[in-house]
Design a binder for this molecule. Structure first.
Ligand code: HQG
Length: 290
């Protein structure tokens, strides 16, 4: 039986929680969308800290031994989980490269790309995200407008599929005769409807085009932005039922196109990121055939 048919746990959408309106107190706390404080001054109120970030008062959850999303390097079974597919004991992110269409991913896959902080997806793969994940762009644009570029820079935004997309996917799985339902989506590699993909926006440059940040600044923002996204993935997966969890993570060769940063430099940064409690050990980097 599909586990999402009896969803009684707290429901929320990733973008909903992360776009909480700032309060007057936040202006004093100078919070950023990643929950950290900043020393820069701005007239715009700072974002509210999320209650479930690692830096919150909530005690850090111990790894759930029964969950396939947390590291259990000693077990063999986890090698079937795309989040932990290599079965090694590395505590930092593993990058696995392949060629293909990033949007041709199974349902419940998180697709990551690098973004400017100006609410623009006008070119490069961002334009393809706008076309393939039409529900995501307005959420990204609205989110950008709530914060200043300085606040967004070095943070991430996680956009979840709509409840309608989840429902439609569940219905389709059932109609296709998949008794395991949506929750077992990670067991096959069938492409899911792009509406069922999560979108991860890494704010690695303030601007685009000629005003884009230098490679040094973009690389400096990439690590905290990815760490912020991993925290948000963890929070999401801990707060929803099995059927809505992120089960695989894919990205393009972020920063390497219009942002003009050599891919190997970005890859090096990503490979230095601690997996932590996010459960995400493997990121599949999918690029178009040469
Ligand atoms: N359709 C497609 N399918 C698959 N892979 C595709 C693709 N199109 C390009 N790639 C590859 O994807 C990687 C990243 O290359 P990109 O140039 O996209 O991104 P970037 O991270 O360097 O820079 C971000 C800024 O580009 C955007 O456009 P705007 O300024 O907003 O208009 C953002 O919003 C930012 O500002 C490179 O390997 C490209 O070969």
């Amino acid at each position: 039986m599909s586990s999402n048919t009896s969803n009684t746990s707290r429901k929320r959408s990733a973008d909903e929680d992360t776009t909480t309106q700032p309060t007057i107190m936040d202006a004093f706390k100078k919070k950023r969308p990643n929950g950290n404080t900043t020393t820069t001054t701005t007239a715009k109120p700072r974002p509210q800290q999320r209650s479930t970030t690692a830096s919150s008062s909530k005690p850090a959850a111990a790894p759930d031994e029964s969950s396939p999303y947390f590291s259990k390097a000693e077990t063999v079974e986890q090698s079937t989980n795309p989040l932990t597919a290599t079965g090694t004991t590395s505590t930092t992110l593993q990058i696995i490269e392949s060629t293909g269409d990033i949007f041709s991913a199974p349902i419940n896959t998180l697709l990551i790309h690098a973004c400017n902080c100006q609410a623009s997806w006008a070119a490069g793969i961002a334009k393809a995200f706008k076309q393939n994940c039409p529900e995501a762009f307005p959420k990204y644009a609205a989110y950008c407008k709530k914060w200043t570029p300085d606040q967004l820079f070095g943070t991430a935004f996680l956009i979840a599929p709509s409840d309608d997309a989840f429902s439609a996917a569940t219905t389709k799985e059932t109609a296709d005769g998949d008794d395991e339902g949506f929750a077992e989506a990670d067991d096959d590699d069938e492409p899911g409807d792009p509406a069922t993909h999560f979108v991860g926006c890494l704010f690695t440059s303030h601007h685009y085009g000629k005003r884009k940040d230098s490679p040094t600044k973009i690389l400096a923002a990439t690590k905290p932005a990815m760490e912020d996204l991993l925290r948000k993935v963890q929070e999401w997966n801990e707060s929803v039922d099995e059927g809505k969890r992120i089960k695989e993570v894919r990205m393009c060769k972020i920063n390497s196109g219009l942002f003009n940063v050599p891919w190997e430099k970005t890859r090096q940064v990503l490979e230095g990121i601690e997996v932590g409690k996010s459960g995400v050990e493997v990121v599949k980097v999918v690029s178009l055939e040469e």
